[in-house]
Design a protein around this ligand. Structure first.
Ligand SMILES: NC(=O)c1ccc[n+]([C@@H]2O[C@H](COP(=O)([O-])OP(=O)(O)OC[C@H]3O[C@@H](n4cnc5c(N)ncnc54)[C@H](OP(=O)(O)O)[C@@H]3O)[C@@H](O)[C@H]2O)c1
Length: 343
């Protein structure tokens, strides 16, 4: 099979790597997936560059997302419970031919991921692609779209449409674009913050943003409390942007934080929390429990306009994805990129 491989001391490259897994030697709870599509996430860009914080084993097939059909199912564990307490993802829940999506859970970081024609995946992390979403669109959603929806699920616990403006930072990126699209469709009024506000303003408005601001407005360290502007926020940028958003969030607002495109630092004070009851909510998709992933995927099936998703999606191939790694790390990729693998 063909696979992109990253090996310590070597640039990532597309190679022939032998026949690939065929189901022999699978452990209970594992399946072989014929990969149809993968995606390009910020983390994949880091892995393609050999960043040891992401590519934690060598050699490694990057690709933190994959969508495909099950080609082989491992044996059912002899210890499987029949009491009803077994995870809903027990191997029996999947059959050969099922269309599934896997995101995170070590794929493309500590184990081979989606940039190969076949992959071995733990069923405990697999989600059946919801009806109505095809394989390409599931990959277009991928980790970034799942993370956007996890952010929305957290935000809507505290903030309702009509409460005020929601700011989405890194809005033209993968997480940001899907967050803008979903929040707008749910009736929230969304301000998109982008470093490409001039160039991509019309794009962000087409996703539903009611206004677009230059990210420089939020990018500098300033006072810890400023004029309240936001009822809530979805931040994928971190650093001084997140500090500014916290400083400008109104009483009782919630800010979700999932990313570090600007930096992993966060210099703030307790003032937004103790004087405005602001909540800072962390979002992690990689180890999110299966029930939460399933809830998020089923909400994506109803609350994401799939034609809008198509409009924010670009397609590439295994041959071309290596060259795109530095582009996403530099913040030059727009929306989501799907990687055609076996489709
Ligand atoms: N916690 C999780 O489970 C999880 C899951 C997915 C992603 N993430 C993280 O979330 C972040 C976004 O991921 P993604 O896949 O959406 O990446 P992406 O497509 O590259 O989007 C990131 C966006 O951030 C903005 N940006 C880039 N550099 C910046 C800088 N120096 N200062 C301010 N803004 C900057 C850019 O948007 P504009 O051009 O619009 O400014 C860029 O498009 C990454 O840090 C990623 O690791 C976390």
């Amino acid at each position: 099979m063909r696979a992109v491989v990253v090996e310590k001391g070597h640039p990532a490259s597309l190679r022939e790597v032998g026949p690939g897994p065929d189901g022999d030697g699978l452990e209970p709870g594992q399946v072989v997936v014929d990969v149809l599509w993968s995606g390009l996430n910020y983390k994949d860009g880091l892995a393609l560059a050999g960043d040891p914080g992401v590519a934690r084993v060598s050699p490694l097939v990057p690709g933190i997302d994959l969508v495909g059909t099950i080609a082989a199912v491992g044996p059912v564990s002899s210890g499987a419970s029949s009491s009803g307490s077994a995870a809903p993802s027990s191997p029996a829940a999947f059959a050969v031919g099922d269309l599934v999506v896997a995101t995170g859970a070590g794929l493309g970081e500590t184990r081979d991921g989606g940039y190969a024609e076949r992959a071995v995946v733990d069923t405990a992390t697999l989600v059946a692609v919801p009806d109505g979403i095809d394989a390409r669109r599931a990959a277009a959603i991928g980790t970034a779209g799942l993370t956007a929806m996890l952010s929305v699920l957290r935000l809507e616990r505290d903030v309702r449409p009509g409460d005020g403006e929601i700011v989405v930072t890194g809005a033209a990126g993968g997480v940001g674009s899907v967050a803008v699209a979903v929040l707008s469709r749910l009736g929230y009024s969304v301000t998109a913050s982008s470093g490409r506000a001039d160039e991509l303003g019309p794009y962000l408005q087409s996703l539903g943003a009611s206004s677009v601001i230059d990210r420089a407005e939020l990018g500098e360290q300033g006072k810890p409390l400023r004029r309240p502007r936001w009822a809530g926020a979805v931040d994928s940028v971190g650093s001084t942007t997140l500090a500014s958003v916290l400083a400008e969030t109104a009483w009782g607002g919630t800010v979700t934080a999932c990313g570090l495109a600007q930096g992993s630092d966060l210099t703030t004070t307790v003032l937004p929390f103790i004087l405005r009851s602001v909540t800072l909510a962390g979002i992690d998709s990689v180890q999110a429990p299966l029930a939460l992933r399933q809830e998020a995927w089923s909400r994506l099936a109803t609350d994401l306009d799939l034609e809008l998703l198509d409009s924010l999606t670009t397609e590439t191939t295994l041959d071309e994805v290596v060259a795109l790694g530095p582009e996403i790390v530099a913040g030059r990729v727009r929306g989501r990129t799907v990687v055609r693998v076996g489709a």
